[in-house]
Design a protein around this ligand. Sequence first.
Ligand code: 48F
Length: 261
Amino acid sequence: MAIDEVTISRAIIERFLRKFSVSLVVDVAVVGGGPAGLVAAYYLARDGYKVSLFERKLSIGGGMWGGGMMFNEIVVQEEGKRILDEFGIRSELYEDGYYTADAVESISTICSKTAQVGAKIFNLMSVEDVVVRQDRVVGLVLNWTAVEMAGLHVDPLTIRSKYVIDATGHDTEVVKVIEHKVDADLLTPTGRIMGEKSLWAEVAEHMTLENTKEVFPGVFVAGMSANATFGAYRMGPIFGGMLLSGEKAATMIAQRLEKEL
Ligand code: 48F
């Protein structure tokens, strides 16, 4: 059969628009496609919620691809291994309580399973603003990363979402927008972003879970963004906290959504 280039173009355009159109109104919008955001999107989509994930970069996966200092292996502890097992990612005992896994196998599997359970993943899109109504975030403002990079004067588009997860990592970008633009305190002890502290793996790992919570009505923080928002330590290439934080954000939001039914 002959191949028609225009059919290829039309197929891509129509299918993309279909995917984007159904993502204009969602239960949960996840900002950032690192391990924390992907795991949150996975559990929510698997449980039947309508989820979109927006990632600024071409590749999904955030900081997991490079392991530690480009040695592409990750470390998790017992609790984190449970999540690797759930995704079917192979890991190997290194010594008591420490497991390693191939960084590429880990993040590509998480990404693939998240897409397969129905989360709509959009790469090359950046979240630049939020929509606030009655002191609650009810949507996100999106633009192409290429527009952002080129500094072009192009207006964005908007989506509506019952809940937002800021999983933007160290930069905690959604919360930053709220802090700068919304005339209300954040749900942190100071009402402001408290800022990330230097590296302390042991404390940071469990603080990540503690800090995974609602930071503004309608907005949860997960992963490094949670620690940056609540003034906790970074942890380097141990990834269990990121995975468990994604799971916790999903569980907390699912409980809220259930109540609202
Ligand atoms: O940085 P990232 O991997 O965050 P994470 O899921 O995991 C942190 C670890 O990678 C590592 C660590 C391990 O213990 O400390 O750093 O918390 O992924 C965040 C993603 O968010 C994207 C960014 O490109 C990255 O892929 N991102 C950031 N800001 C935006 C965004 C934005 N405004 N819009 C869309 N994507």
